[in-house]
Ligand binder design. Structure first.
Ligand SMILES: C[S@@+](CC[C@H](N)C(=O)[O-])C[C@H]1O[C@@H](n2cnc3c(N)ncnc32)[C@H](O)[C@@H]1O
Length: 234
């Protein structure tokens, strides 16, 4: 059982206010024509709107429980025929198809603890792509202000759902805890700087077409959020 299995029931209420990335990923899916592979598809927060736009999605996730929520969401949106959910690790995705677009939204690559693991995940994403195919994902690296404002404090993120960030700048790890009623889970997120991501992407065989600072496509200017649009090289 993964940590996300234990949190699948509160994931959607917890991330209810995260909507700014949905249109961005749907637009990329439409531009690609599909099908799209979403690595770490979770509860289908992005995959279901992509399917609602008429594009088929293969979603991979290591959590059975998150996928069960995604399946129910696809059913209630009437798009179950366009959403193919598969249990698996994003470093070895159970996908033999080659697609024009792979995505990994909402900082999921930061679940990869080390640089070699991140590189493994990037190489796996590249393998999914047709020649010239795109890989689009977002990550973050915290600002000093963010660390100072949030470190070690329980904050009510949504009614009855509390979140706490414990930042370790030495190991560059965020221990992100979520608590709702009696349930509590802590996730590790392992950040890198933009130049480090650019180096790994180059090593994995990607050309970076765009590096945005937010989902409105503003250029990255050293902010916390990084949104990469990459093209498979070769
Ligand atoms: C922050 S959620 C993102 C879900 C979804 N992409 C979204 O935007 O809402 C992270 C997801 O990554 C999945 N995950 C974590 N490590 C994974 C791995 N090694 N392979 C596949 N999925 C993984 C978790 O189960 C969880 O569903």
């Amino acid at each position: 059982m993964t940590l996300y299995d234990r949190s699948a029931g509160i994931y959607d209420p917890w991330s209810r206010s995260v909507t700014e990335d949905v249109g961005f990923y749907v637009d990329h899916a439409l531009a690609s024509g599909g099908p799209v592979v979403e690595l770490a598809v979770g509860t289908g927060r992005i995959a279901v709107p992509i399917a609602e736009a008429g594009i088929s999605v293969i979603g991979v996730d290591s959590s059975h429980e998150m996928l069960a929520v995604a399946r129910a969401a696809a059913e209630s949106a009437g798009v179950v025929g366009l959403v193919d959910l598969r249990v698996g690790d994003l470093r070895e995705p159970p996908v033999s198809e080659r697609v024009p677009l792979a995505i990994c939204p909402f900082r999921s690559l930061l679940h990869m603890e080390t640089e070699p693991e991140k590189l493994h995940a990037l190489a796996a994403a590249r393998k999914l792509l047709e020649p010239e195919g795109r890989f689009v994902f977002d990550v973050f690296a915290p600002s000093r202000e963010d660390i100072e404002e949030t470190h070690g404090r329980w904050l009510e993120r949504e009614p009855g759902i509390f979140e706490r960030a414990d930042w370790d700048e030495g190991s560059r790890t965020l221990a992100l805890s979520v608590r709702s009623g009696d349930a509590q889970a802590t996730f590790g997120l392992h950040w890198l700087s933009a130049p480090e991501w650019l180096r790994l992407l180059d090593e994995a065989g990607f050309d970076v077409l765009e590096l945005y600072g937010w989902f409105d496509s503003r250029p990255f200017d050293g902010e916390e959020d990084m949104v990469f649009v990459c093209r498979r090289r070769g």
